[in-house]
Design a protein around this ligand. Structure first.
Ligand SMILES: NC(=O)c1ccc[n+]([C@@H]2O[C@H](COP(=O)([O-])OP(=O)(O)OC[C@H]3O[C@@H](n4cnc5c(N)ncnc54)[C@H](OP(=O)(O)O)[C@@H]3O)[C@@H](O)[C@H]2O)c1
Length: 248
């Protein structure tokens, strides 16, 4: 099947999983908008790596929780590359872990802002063009925690579980326009913000995983690239765990 060139927006692509997703989508031939908030140098490094490999990319700073900035992100993507056909809702802020007694409502609101508000704003900004095109790919980066229900992580877990709801509701709602909506649920995949995690904690996690190891960002990126491809056009409303079998 031939693969037309598409425009992809990956939120939070300056580092971590988002960076790997941006590189992978570019390798698949898509024009990639590398969104970031604070790490301009890292975002430009992602763009450089894509361009050096012969791909097309652009770094755009935007706080995904802010409607005006998300509108400007989509406008800039459209001006440079054409309207976004592929959205990857990936960005995350800090993820507090603590007993419920120590949470404030603001902690919950913060997680909902990243994992519900941000996908809503970006999808709203890009939806009209996808409907006109009769083609779209919306991919939410969830987490295995929605299945595991990790203790002392309830704000993050609740917001990640809400992403499953968005995936299913939007799959039905946008299906008539051939816009697919799927979620990729990574397991614990060490990235820069996990630097300093005791090796014992990493080993403890890995030994309970059927594949007996942790994944790498490229594992998640491969799943996203698959769901973004033409070949995945009859897959929607699904949650794909990329966690070595840690959940069934
Ligand atoms: N890594 C894991 O083990 C794991 C497991 C399950 C699920 N996940 C999910 O995978 C996704 C990526 O996680 P990660 O571990 O790769 O995170 P990460 O390495 O901490 O990267 C977070 C990214 O989000 C960006 N960002 C932060 N605030 C933003 C904002 N307001 N607007 C736009 N971008 C913003 C950051 O950009 P700047 O640096 O420019 O601020 C950065 O590029 C998240 O949804 C996370 O919940 C990760």
């Amino acid at each position: 099947m031939s693969t037309p060139l598409r425009t992809a927006v990956v939120t939070g692509a300056s580092q971590g999983l988002g960076r790997a997703i941006a590189l992978r989508l570019a390798r698949a031939g898509h024009r990639v908008v590398v969104n970031y908030l604070a790490s301009a140098t890292a975002a430009e490094a992602t763009v450089s790596e894509i361009r050096t490999a012969g791909g097309a990319a652009l770094a755009v700073r935007a706080d995904v929780r802010d409607s005006a900035q998300v509108g400007a992100l989509v406008a800039e993507a459209t001006r440079v590359f054409g309207a976004p056909d592929i959205l990857v809702h990936n960005a995350t802020g800090p993820q507090p872990m603590k007993p419920l007694e120590h949470y404030t409502w603001t902690d919950f609101q913060d997680q909902l802002d990243f994992f519900v508000k941000a996908p809503v704003l970006l999808t709203q900004a890009a939806l009209a063009a996808q409907k006109r095109a009769g083609w779209g790919r919306i991919i939410l980066i969830g987490s295995e925690v929605a299945d595991l229900g990790n203790a002392q992580f309830s704000a993050y877990v609740a917001a990640k579980a809400a992403m499953v709801g968005l995936t299913r509701a939007w799959a039905r709602e946008f299906g008539p326009w051939q816009i697919t909506v799927n979620l990729v649920a990574p397991g614990w995949i060490p990235v820069a913000r996990h630097t300093g995690t005791p090796q014992a904690a990493l080993d403890h996690y890995a030994q309970a995983v059927p594949l007996q190891r942790q994944g790498v960002p490229a594992d998640v990126a491969g799943a996203v690239a698959f769901l973004a491809a033409e070949e995945a056009g009859f897959i929607t409303g699904q949650c794909l765990s990329v966690n070595g079998g840690n959940t069934f």
